[in-house]
Design a protein around this ligand. Structure first.
Ligand SMILES: Cc1cc2nc3c(=O)[nH]c(=O)nc-3n(C[C@H](O)[C@H](O)[C@H](O)COP(=O)(O)OP(=O)(O)OC[C@H]3O[C@@H](n4cnc5c(N)ncnc54)[C@H](O)[C@@H]3O)c2cc1C
Length: 372
């Protein structure tokens, strides 16, 4: 096999950012990817009706890192998009996270006015209050509201999302669920938000347009690890797999998505609607709603079923898995002296948003190249 300066395992946003940076700095880079496409879980494609579909669930780009926004903007234009999520609760679509608009949608007017006044007087306008704090107040109306939100918005959604019983839910997680005391329906408040104009995959293709980069798809690192030569290896696959599961397997919450093409122009009011109660699925995405320019007469939806099969979506951060990961991470750190580095959500066993994955990759590149 030809000699490369750098081998990168995995063509997700982490591997692609690192490859782009090193290749632009005149290093020869080989990317090994086991799937038949680039992009990792951010992969998207145009379907038969010209709608860009996110194969592994809806991906909304949002960041407060100017550096990350500027970097990706070299490879794409953006569709302006501010993410708003609705929850289907008691037969109505209401804003999620729960805010003052949700309050008015679900409660009789007089009661909503009273609760709004109490929320603002107690906590101030434009604040976020964790449910647990709301439950602790002496005020019985606010306690009623906290219990209502816990039951209708949080409890059953969490059961479905993580496959756990209510009593197994970490109270600390519950504590963080916010009630938003404002009328701002946006899901993210980051300064920079958007969807790549031609899709994530096209943006990645542009990042990889460099003669110094060679990509091998349909190739599992396991099958070729003894054959590749490199000065530096960056591994973005699952860390337990790299070490042959010697400390045990790390668990993930997986997901299956049922995609459907519908012969109607519009299916639901927003791109993403959560179904906290009553259904087996957690949410439905209508992909054309990410794209204000799309004029298709049809629409494509994806219905999400978290479970134990499908693709690895989220690390299951319980005590067992955290302990196992720690052991692998100790081993991983020792390999730095052999010029082997671990990066990305699977190797670091962490949920990263895309902007964090890019930021970490830019930082790792700077550290490896300039020692800073
Ligand atoms: C349902 C869902 C929705 C999300 N929505 C958002 C969102 O709205 N906004 C946001 O910012 N982030 C979102 N994310 C997070 C986003 O997907 C991650 O930030 C991103 O995928 C991280 O990229 P990565 O390169 O680290 O990992 P990955 O995308 O997982 O890429 C790793 C790559 O390594 C490859 N690989 C693994 N093992 C091997 C092997 N043995 N040999 C060769 N290749 C291998 C994999 O096939 C994969 O292509 C979402 C995630 C999920 C699951």
């Amino acid at each position: 096999m030809k000699e490369y300066k750098i081998s990168i395992i995995g063509a997700g946003i982490t591997g692609i950012t690192l490859a782009e940076r090193f290749a632009s700095n005149n290093s020869k880079v080989l990317i090994i990817e086991k799937r038949n496409h680039i992009g990792g879980n951010c992969y998207d494609f145009k379907d038969e009706n010209g709608i860009i579909v996110h194969k592994y669930g809806p991906h909304i780009f949002h960041t407060s890192y100017k550096e990350v926004w500027d970097y990706l903007s070299k490879f794409t234009e953006w569709i302006p998009y501010q993410h708003k999520v609705l929850g289907f609760i008691d037969g109505k679509f209401v804003p999620i996270p729960f805010n003052l608009n949700s309050l008015y949608a679900l409660m009789p007017l007089k009661l909503a006015e009273k609760l709004e006044e109490k929320l603002i007087n107690n906590f101030g306008y434009n604040t976020k209050i964790p449910i647990l704090e709301l439950r602790k107040t002496e005020d019985k109306d606010l306690k009623f509201l906290a219990d209502f939100i816990y039951e209708k918005v949080f409890l059953h959604y969490t059961e479905k999302q993580w496959g756990i019983k209510p009593e197994e839910i970490d109270p600390l997680v519950t504590a963080r669920v916010p009630v938003v005391i404002s009328h701002d329906d946006r899901y993210f408040q980051d300064k920079y938000q958007g969807i790549p104009k031609d899709g994530y995959t096209k943006m990645f293709e542009r990042m990889l347009e460099n003669k110094n980069i060679e990509i091998r798809l349909n190739t599992d690192f396991k099958e070729i690890r003894d054959k590749i030569k490199y000065d530096l290896l960056i591994y973005t696959g699952p860390i337990d797999e790299f070490f042959d599961y010697k400390y045990g397997k790390l668990d993930y919450r997986c997901m299956k998505i049922d995609f459907q093409i519908l012969d109607i122009e519009s299916y639901q009011p927003t791109a993403v609607v959560n179904y906290p109660n009553d259904y087996d699925f957690t949410r439905i995405t209508e992909f054309k709603k990410f794209d204000v320019y799309n004029r298709s007469k049809k629409t494509t939806i994806g219905i999400e079923y978290p479970g134990n099969s499908g693709f690895k979506a989220w690390p299951l951060l319980n005590e067992r898995n955290k302990e196992i990961f720690k052991k692998y991470w100790q081993e991983a750190k020792k390999l730095k002296k052999k010029n082997i580095y671990f990066a990305g959500r699977l190797a670091e066993y962490k949920y990263y948003n895309m902007d964090e994955a890019v930021k970490n990759s830019l930082d790792l590149f700077n550290k490896l190249l300039y020692g800073k």
